[in-house]
Write a protein that binds this ligand. Structure first.
Ligand SMILES: Nc1ncnc2c1ncn2[C@@H]1O[C@H](COP(=O)(O)OP(=O)(O)O)[C@@H](O)[C@H]1O
Ligand SMILES: O=P(O)(O)OC[C@H]1O[C@](O)(COP(=O)(O)O)[C@@H](O)[C@@H]1O
Ligand SMILES: [Mg+2]
Length: 317
């Protein structure tokens, strides 16, 4: 079988180990493996490169994705996807492994509905996909955030300030809650558990009156304007407050061991599925076991895998 592999949407640490696993497991199972450059854009332009064992050597520790990624709006058009399928058929490609997040899965579902076999791997720092406990990249981004917040705590405490730290996640609070819990943040604000600003300011006043030197607020992006919120806190709470938007630093860097292993397992599992003639599904990890669900199931199921972490953060705050 000729298998193509692509990475799409926001890059995530661990995408390279996932590519490596698909290539190595594919070749070891007697398949040919092709890389598609720059996500769905490469499918549409027919940008394929045959991979060898050597072309994926020394990439386990590299951040980003060596085959590039893209966001291609036009992929929601039928004629654009048809061009992608025609290009794959012309190159003799039988199946595709698409590594990315929810948008990538929507594209993969659409290709599946057009009759082309696709298997999805969850590659996003956001952890915003259902039917998997973790996505590839989540743990590395979490470590980066924890390291940054610990550093912010040092300077915040020295100056007796309150610090707001905005983290990624798009509309999913999993990074914020996990980082907030790990760093003992005084407040964690997520789309799942938003908090009333007035209540936070009241609690900060109490905090200040108890002689506490600083406070950390971890917040998911897209919840509010953190600079305006910092100004309100400064005006009303008694704490001078600064906001830090962590930004793209969270997406870069060498994948942690957990992400490398997860990516390896998922890549090999995807090849096993295709070898068995199974497609139209996305791979996940649940209770340490590899699982697969249809794209429809993943995209229509609420993402509640971290429910217990949200509850724990509330219990031990
Ligand atoms: N409804 C859709 N139909 C077809 N393709 C889509 C759809 N939504 C997203 N995609 C494709 O998937 C790409 C990646 O999605 P995006 O949301 O940017 O990142 P991620 O996959 O990481 O969530 C998009 O740029 C687009 O090419
Ligand atoms: O790279 P861009 O286009 O600025 O997108 C930023 C978004 O990408 C992410 O880093 C990753 O999101 P996706 O995995 O959905 O692509 C989000 O956390 C963030 O909101
Ligand atoms: Mg996404």
């Amino acid at each position: 079988m000729k298998i193509a592999v692509l990475t799409s949407g926001g890059d995530a640490p661990g995408m390279n180990p996932a590519i490596r696993a698909v290539v190595r497991a594919g070749i070891n199972s007697g398949h040919e493996v092709y890389a598609v450059m720059d996500g769905y854009a490469g499918l549409v332009s027919g940008s394929f490169e045959k991979m060898s064992r050597k072309s994926v050597s020394e990439i386990l520790a590299k951040g980003g994705t060596i085959i590039g990624t893209a966001r291609l709006k036009e992929f929601n058009k039928l004629e654009v996807r048809q061009r992608a399928i025609n290009n794959m058929k012309e190159a003799g490609i039988d199946a595709l492994v698409a590594i990315g997040g929810d948008g990538t899965y929507r594209g993969a579902k659409a290709l599946t509905e057009m009759g082309f076999p696709v298997v999805g791997l969850p590659g996003t720092i956001d952890n915003d996909l259902a039917c998997t406990d973790y996505t590839i990249g989540f743990h590395t981004a979490l470590e980066t955030i924890v390291d940054a917040i610990d550093k912010i705590r040092d300077t915040s405490s020295s100056h007796q300030r309150c610090s707001i730290v905005e983290v990624m996640g798009r509309y999913c609070g999993d990074l914020a809650v996990s980082a907030g819990l790990s760093c003992g943040a005084e407040f964690i604000i997520t789309p799942e558990h938003p908090m009333n600003k007035d209540e936070i300011i009241e609690r900060l006043k109490v905090h200040k009156s108890e002689g506490r030197r600083n406070a950390i607020i971890v917040i998911t992006e897209n919840v509010c304007n953190v600079h305006e919120f910092a100004e309100e806190i400064t005006q009303q709470s008694g704490f001078a407050c600064r906001a830090t938007v962590l930004g793209y630093v969270q997406r870069g860097g060498s994948p942690c061991a957990e992400d490398r292993i997860l990516a390896g397992r998922m890549g090999a599992y995807a090849v096993d599925l295709l070898s068995q003639g199974i497609s139209g599904v996305a791979v996940g990890i649940q209770n340490s076991k590899m699982v697969h669900y249809t794209f429809d199931e993943v995209l229509s199921t609420p993402n509640e895998s971290m429910q217990d972490i949200y509850e724990l953060a509330a219990k031990i705050r």
